[in-house]
Design a protein around this ligand. Structure first.
Ligand SMILES: [Zn+2]
Length: 133
């Protein structure tokens, strides 16, 4: 069973970015705050003047865990897998899978970069992987 993300009015710009191999987050045009996941208003000043911008695709590892028990049948054949909390260079933290790195090599604060993983025909997900040394 495969679950494919579905865009809606709020998240369409995010998925348009993914189609162009970008990780886009929202910025407030009033106070400059940026955040993820998407919201209709700025969580800082409540302005609706929200703009999407591509991130640098760079970040650092804030925290991580290894998932051993599938919480859903859709990921039953994926365990164990790594889940990370990544601090983007732009500031917000995002939850992501970590690719191309065994758990024993992970270090808090290590540099990470955006990596796209194809999960189905024409369906890509933004993930992170270690920055090459
Ligand atoms: Zn704001």
């Amino acid at each position: 069973m495969l679950i494919v993300p579905q865009a809606d009015a709020l998240t369409q710009p995010y998925w348009d970015g993914v189609a162009q191999r970008e990780l886009r987050i929202q910025h407030c045009q009033v106070c400059g705050h940026c955040w993820h996941p998407p919201l209709y208003r700025c969580p800082q000043c409540h302005s609706e003047a929200v703009q999407w911008r591509a991130t640098s695709g760079r970040g650092t590892l804030y925290s991580h865990c290894t998932v051993h028990h599938a919480a859903h049948v859709a990921v039953a054949d994926k365990v164990p897998y790594l889940v990370a909390l990544v601090t983007l260079q732009e500031g917000p933290r995002v939850v992501s899978n970590l690719l191309h790195c065994p758990a024993h090599r992970l270090r808090i604060g290590m540099p990470l970069r955006l990596a796209f993983q194809q999960i189905a025909d024409g369906v890509w997900l933004p993930q992170f992987e270690p920055e090459p040394a």
